[in-house]
Ligand binder design. Structure first.
Ligand code: RUB
Length: 323
């Protein structure tokens, strides 16, 4: 039986109590660790059991590649170890994965803060732990940094960024998503997070990111995305497509006042609610990664260095066997 805590993590990712690509990845690794620790059956049943847990986690949210990267990291090692060592391998590789993600995060904080000069205004979108930590690092280094951040409708993740930046004493101006082009000229640099980066340098991040990139390009302001290696997609080398998650219409409608949402539903109005969008490499100055600051055209090198060229094929094969 899958432990309750593991089911709670899967549900937390699905319902976005656990959100943001890094936290999703680390929580998935943690869930696999808990599942392995709590397993009390015989050794021969462990691999099918952990595969079932992996499958459950993979089905929670479709877009951020950090989730399959976490699951495959643990699963590949577990499935290729001996029956007697599989459980220990699952525990060890979950810990190893989480440590690697934390270390990568620390590195991008250092690289990213170097891009922020004294008195810079940083424009960001949604809530990315990587971006917030880069800004706070620059602030701790004594730079007088300011931030402009978007609301990020419909779920308002921008409010998390707003609070985290403001409570650390950094000046932050909150703007509606639709005001991005109006305020972009007040910024020196744009830094956003990443959910998935393909081998040919496309960035998939919170919907609205591509508008911000377009506005930055038009205004001649550099546009960066902060991305640990787990945001890069090995499967994209094999032609694996990124699935954009469409979420419920009620996330958009339910914030409308009075009985308007119900009335619109009665009228049969269609509401589309994509959670992410694609930003093409031409609009991206560089990715801030744990291996350094790299132009989008070199994304494939991160995939080769961190996963190896065959990782995408292995991921896709494991996926086919799972479903
Ligand atoms: C969050 C989002 C973030 C990235 C990066 O989307 O798009 O920019 O996940 O975050 P959602 P981090 O709220 O739909 O999960 O830098 O924390 O990994």
């Amino acid at each position: 039986m899958i432990p309750k805590e593991v089911l709670e993590i899967a549900d937390g990712i699905k319902t976005m109590r656990i959100r943001g690509a890094s936290l999703i990845a680390k929580s998935a690794a943690q869930a696999l660790r808990i599942a392995a620790e709590r397993y009390s059956g015989d050794a021969s049943g462990f691999k099918p059991y952990i595969t079932k847990v992996a499958n459950l986690l993979l089905q929670t949210r479709p877009t951020a590649v950090s989730l399959p990267n976490a699951v495959y990291y643990v699963l590949n090692r577990t499935l290729s170890s001996s029956v007697s060592e599989a459980r220990e391998t699952a525990i060890r590789s979950s810990d190893e994965f989480i440590r690697m993600v934390d270390e990568s995060h620390r590195r991008i904080m250092e690289y990213g803060s170097k891009l922020i000069q004294d008195e810079y205004v940083v424009f960001t979108h949604c809530h990315s732990t990587a971006v917030v930590d880069i800004i706070l690092q620059a602030f701790r280094e004594g730079k007088r940094v300011e931030v402009i951040n978007t609301e990020t409708r419909p779920l308002f993740q921008g409010r998390i960024t707003l609070r985290e930046i403001a409570k650390n004493g950094v000046k932050v101006t909150h703007v509606p998503d639709s005001a991005v082009r109006h305020f972009i000229k007040n910024a020196n640099i744009v830094i956003v997070g990443a959910d998935t980066i393909t081998s040919d340098g496309y960035l998939v991040n919170k919907v609205g990111t591509s508008h911000l990139a377009l506005a930055a390009w038009e205004a001649g302001i550099p546009f960066y995305s902060a991305a640990e290696f787990i945001k890069f997609s090995p499967a994209s080398l094999e032609g694996g497509e990124v699935v954009i998650e469409f979420r419920s219409a009620s996330e958009v409608l339910d914030i409308y006042p009075g009985g308007l949402a119900d009335e619109l539903r009665r009228l049969g109005v269609e509401v589309l609610n994509p959670a992410f969008d694609f930003t093409p490499p031409e609009l991206i100055t560089a990715f801030i990664t744990n291996l350094g600051i790299i132009p989008p055209q070199l994304s494939v090198l991160i995939i080769k260095e961190m996963f190896g060229f065959s990782a995408g094929r292995i991921q896709l094969t494991v996926l086919e066997e799972l479903v």
